[in-house]
Design a protein around this ligand. Structure first.
Ligand code: PEP
Length: 337
């Protein structure tokens, strides 16, 4: 982690806790993470529980915590890129916002693997999420075969370039999650130094857009993160948090991961003079509401290099040349399957 990027710990509940149990879990997490004021927490329940979890989180944490600069955000695990229409079984961005989600996980490897999501489809969804002021957590990562073939960095680059080509990235546009597919749900966690190498490469690619984008973008690690391995990962310079699957279904274990992030952040702030407790990441939307604090006059929001957002809430271009897509990945209006 780095003292100038607020860590983010996101829980991906996958196809679990879609009913009453979601409220119990959300309540416990929201209540027990309240004291960790250097860490942003996001929960991603199934669609059926988004509204209930958003309500629960609001009840538990209230607006006071938001005023103090931290809170618990609610994410969807997927979305359609169009706003409405004859797409049976799909969920659009206005529906997510109505339900209380201001974040969305996109391109998770389980969706790429089981539901045939493509780089192109992920790009369409990322653009649509940003247009709707929903912050994307875009997942990228190599399979075991790709890793064994020494192709990890090429795969990461291809996936990153594909979705970044869909919009003009500006600081705080969203979050990237590096999730090696072989580490998801397997108990095999990447070695911290191996994960760091990939995260550093991702940041290097982001710097092709601009240094500000590279510095402000949070890059999470995902893949069998648990309370006992979180600190080692979070201590790496370019690992800004974690996307947690299985371990996020146990409130106690998940809270310990948030606590680990807080401890690393506390140590960094002490050693390196980071921002005082409770302040936000440079150039980011508010974790709970999606409201852009950069326009509020808040002293924490005017970090150098963070350009203002445009009137429609989509971060304005910083004028830098974006990462160019391969021709095959060019984004158009084609239907995503
Ligand atoms: C995930 O689903 O994004 C994930 C990282 O799962 P797990 O933590 O269970 O490996």
């Amino acid at each position: 982690m780095n003292p100038f990027r607020r860590p983010l710990i996101a829980g991906n509940w996958k196809m679990n806790a879609g009913g009453q149990e979601a409220c119990v879990l959300a309540n416990e997490v929201a209540a027990k993470t309240r004291r960790f004021d250097r860490v942003d927490v996001v929960l991603a329940p199934p669609f059926t529980a988004i509204a209930a979890v958003a309500h629960e989180v609001e009840e538990t944490r209230g607006s006071i915590d938001v005023d103090e600069g931290f809170g618990v955000g609610v994410a969807a695990q997927n979305m359609h890129h169009l706003q409405s229409g004859a797409f049976t079984g799909e969920i659009s961005t206005p529906m997510l916002r109505d339900a209380g989600a201001t974040w969305v996980i996109l391109g998770h490897s389980e969706r790429r693997q089981h539901f045939y999501e493509t780089d192109h489809g992920v790009a369409l969804k990322t653009k649509a999420a940003l247009d709707a002021e929903i912050r994307p957590i875009v997942c990228i990562g190599e399979t075991l075969a790709e890793r064994e073939a020494g192709e990890t960095l090429q795969v990461i680059e291809r996936q990153l370039r594909a979705f970044m080509a869909a919009f003009e990235p500006s600081p705080g546009f969203g979050v990237i999650a590096y999730e090696p597919v072989w580490a998801i749900g397997t108990g095999k966690v990447a070695k911290p130094e191996d994960a760091q190498e990939v995260h550093a490469r991702i940041r290097e690619l982001l710097a092709e857009v601009s240094e500000e984008v590279a510095e402000a973008t949070r890059i999470l690690y995902g893949g069998s993160v648990k309370a006992d391995n979180a600190a080692g990962l979070l201590e790496q310079l370019d690992i800004d948090g974690a996307l947690v699957g299985g371990a996020s279904l146990d409130a106690e274990g998940f809270v310990k991961i948030v606590e680990a992030a807080q401890q690393v952040a506390d140590k960094l702030a002490e050693e390196e003079g980071g921002p005082p407790s409770g302040q936000r990441n440079a150039g980011e939307l508010d974790a709970d509401t999606g409201a852009d604090e950069r326009d509020t006059g808040d002293a924490t929001s005017s970090e150098e290099g963070a350009p203002p957002s445009s009137a429609d809430g989509v971060p304005a271009s910083d004028g830098a040349v974006g990462i160019e897509p391969d021709d095959d990945d060019a984004v158009d209006d084609r239907e995503n399957t």
